[in-house]
Ligand binder design. Sequence first.
Ligand code: NAD
Length: 507
Amino acid sequence: MLDLTLIPSIGATLPELRVNRHWIGGAFVRSGDAAWSERFSPSHGTVVSRSAVGTIQDSEAAITAARAAFDDGRWSQLPGKARATVLLKVADLIEANTDRMALIETLESGKPITQARGEVSGAADLWRYAASLARTLHGDSHNSLGSDILAVVLKEPIGVVSIITPWNFPFWILSQKLPFALAAGCTCVVKPSELTPSTTVILCDLLQEAGLPPGVVNIVLGYGQPVGATLASHSDVDMVTFTGSTAVGRGIASAASITLKKVALELGGKNPQVIFPDADLESAADAVTFGVYFNVGQCCNSGSRIIVHEDIAEAFTARVVELSKQVAFGDPLDPTTQVGAIVSPEHGQKIDAYVTAAAKAGATVALGGKLLDIPGLTQQFYQPTIVTNVTPDMAIAREEVFGPVLTILTFRTLDEALALVNDADYGLSAGVWSENVHTCLQFARAAQAGTVWTNTWMDGFPEVTFGGVKQSGLGREIGRYGLDEFMEIKSLVMRIGRTRAPWVRPR
Ligand code: NAD
């Protein structure tokens, strides 16, 4: 047990050390080789959880349990109503457990407690929406193929799904995938990030209490190698859905190609917001500030690339600098904090290296650009940072920095702005700010992105599907399209009556 350690910055004490085990076939199990990893709170530097480190054998045991649960139909053959009933109960239980789940999420990830509470309770709505899909999923019928033919297109659960998730929104991203896979009738093996496993494991208690049959969801803790790699390549897995970096996503697609399993990938982004002079500039400046610092910039949808019209660039930048200074960076356990810690010291160094390289290449660091020293906390905080005089070829303008760092480019015409927007390897999201509806619609049609926001940023709903184009990913999550990812299509063609003419002619 951890000594209850005082957090001097807010006079609070840390809860007891959380211990996480794999969950396979409906039971918590230790690792085959009994190895453990420890997670330090990025903000407080104290160990907050201890988790089993999975082996190839642990991963295979989980896949075997999911395969057996799928093949005997204990979940896939239940009526949609029965599946929906379980998902709705899980949603209620998530809400009832929001506080304890949010606390460990904050301690493992460094995100502010108010944000963590919002993500956990908001995730309950994803489970409720998926429950509604379980009851309404259907295929198509073809009733106009001739008087003696009726064809139907059936949707069937794809089978065993591997779910591999990152550390930046651990429970939210799990809930963008798992309830949809379950609504479809699939069984699953989940591997959370080794940095943030606890809320995924807490969910096991809730799934059990809600009445999910054993083996339908299995969890293996540990690292990409060997756990993630086994889940991506095993021949008994029918699909792998992954959220994480583009580099690892490429490896997963390649591992999955050996058995040609279906792959869904939600990857990185370098998301632009274009600001026209006729926009509501006060709202735009606020949304830009939110877009870049939310989750300390460790967000696939981070609005890290701003493209501002030349006429307003100076005044707009000054306003964003002013707003940036007012954002509350601090202890994530303090309910007034808006922005917390960077996930690891190595990641902090990576962020700093981008800023240093840009400054060396001639860019101007208009704000920040250094570690943020907060008394009583770790060195894993980074100042709100704005970099101007950036050119489109600089790494800071093209690559995913994944930190609280905004780069500002300028444009003169819509075509020029669109050329900058689309000159990117990524295509996750893009935004435009203008009071002119024609400008917004032209932008929305031409921007190469899975989501376009006009006069807003990062608004999302369970009903509205999400995903990327180009190197931001493959496939879609949430919404009805998100459910379809977990379904196989089967065509059924039926002849009515004995009207089929024989193919073999009597000789
Ligand atoms: P990551 O790619 O390092 O890790 C993601 C997961 O993959 C972890 O569980 C990790 O253990 C596992 N993994 C690592 N190597 C593996 C391998 N060889 N085979 C199988 N699994 C392996 O990503 P991260 O650092 O955890 O998350 C940050 C990245 O996620 C960023 O690039 C971000 O843009 C992206 N992201 C994308 C979205 C989206 O919806 N598009 C959402 C959130 C995060």
